[in-house]
Design a protein around this ligand. Structure first.
Ligand SMILES: *Cc1c(COP(=O)(O)O)cnc(C)c1O
Length: 387
């Protein structure tokens, strides 16, 4: 441990909650309506407008949205879903919830997105859907995905947890496949503490999921002439967003244009500085008409530096720089999946390269380009120190 006091404190992620958010939440707490109120609808309309979606429905989490996607499609035992190996465990868990089987496909080396060249080999007669993750905000090549979806008649689910502000050929993520699920968990692009949103270009998808997220009742509270006057004609969950979360979300969404600009500026500054370092490789962050949401900057450590990853992370921490790993293991290497389906650590080498050799650096709107210069400088110093 060095005795030097860190010159800066740069957390990996930190929600930006201002007076507007506090006032909006306080107003809800002062009022009588905590659930089933106007704020959830107001947030849905604002989110739809932001993404250019015709339909949106608020949710308890992104994971709830992914679960509802397969539930909506009626998937179950015997059905298979193509899932990227390099993602959050929620992407695969959502498939397991309905009893279907996730079939993992490795990442492409350049971006960390699913390797589209390997998808056809993973498709069988039982494949019903594909799940795509815009890795760290970089869009998947959705024209190629949709061509496969058309050929094999597959439902296309976009896990958009890190994709607010992700555009592919000018279209916002979530409107490229059949539906998209978003996350408002604290370290994502914006927060409602816990929370999610589902958007779709298909009216019937959102209309049905709106009921499936609320026990399957056939009438919203506002549509009932007499309290308790409703029927239930389908199974459903309790996956709603409450009014406190929605009030927070409305205020956070207003800040999104500024948040996204800051992320891009920070990313570009950090990328420019890190590009000069020989011991590392960077994932591709721009490509033609692909617009990333710049969630974070993932640095891949070349050998022999890769063996020093823990030392590097600790040394950066001493210098006040918070880091993360996206994601710590390829999902099929996690015990639950490895044991259930017999995957080995030799499989999914590109996803493994990211999981086991990368460090994710922060570019969030809580930081500025001065912080990025500090990260670059200290990253270089740290490499010299650990070698
Ligand atoms: C964070 C994350 C999720 C989970 O989001 P919740 O809102 O916490 O359910 C799902 N998928 C990806 C890719 C994520 O990064």
């Amino acid at each position: 441990m060095s005795d030097a006091v860190a010159k800066k404190t740069i957390p990996f992620g930190r929600p930006i909650i201002g007076e507007e958010e506090k006032r909006a939440v306080a107003e809800i707490l002062d009022g009588p309506i905590l659930v089933h109120g106007p704020k959830a609808h107001e947030f849905e309309d604002a989110f739809a407008a932001f993404t250019g979606s015709p339909y949106a429905t608020s949710l308890a989490s992104c994971t709830a949205g992914l679960h509802l996607a397969y539930f909506y499609k009626g998937l179950g035992p015997g059905d298979e879903v193509i899932v990227p190996a390099q993602t959050h465990t929620a992407t695969a868990h959502a498939v397991e919830y309905v009893g279907a089987k996730p079939v993992f496909v490795d990442a492409e080396r350049e971006t960390g997105n699913i390797d589209i060249d390997q998808i056809e080999d993973a498709i069988t007669d039982n494949t019903r859907a594909m799940s795509l993750v815009h890795f760290l905000g970089m869009p998947v090549d959705m024209d190629r995905i949709n061509a496969l979806a058309a050929k094999y008649e597959l439902f296309v689910v976009e896990d958009c947890a890190l994709a607010i502000g992700t555009y592919y050929k000018g279209v916002h993520a979530g409107l490229l496949g059949d539906l998209g699920a978003y996350s408002f968990y604290p370290v994502k692009h914006m927060t409602t503490a816990e929370g999610g949103m589902l958007i779709s270009k298909h009216e019937e998808v959102v209309a049905r999921i709106e009921r499936q997220k609320a026990f399957g009742v056939d009438r919203h509270v506002g549509e009932r002439k007499i309290p308790g006057q409703y029927d239930v004609d389908m199974l459903g969950f309790n996956y709603r967003m409450n009014e406190i979360e929605a009030a927070l979300g409305i205020e956070q969404l207003k800040r999104m244009p500024e948040f996204l600009t800051k992320r891009r500026e920070n990313y570009e500054a950090l990328e420019a500085g890190l590009k000069q370092i020989d011991e590392i490789e960077l994932l591709q962050s721009t490509h033609g008409d692909f617009q990333s949401s710049y969630y974070c900057l993932s640095v891949i450590l070349k050998e022999p530096l890769a063996a020093k990853r823990v030392d590097l992370i600790n040394s950066l921490k001493e210098k006040g720089i918070g880091t993360s790993i996206y994601y710590p293991k390829p999902v099929p290497h996690l015990s639950y999946y490895a044991q259930k389906y017999g995957y080995t650590v030799e499989q999914f080498p590109n996803a493994a390269r990211i999981s086991y050799r990368s460090i994710a650096l922060p570019v969030g709107p809580h930081l500025d380009t001065g912080d990025m210069e500090y990260i670059v400088e200290e990253f270089k110093n740290t490499i010299t120190e650990v070698q």
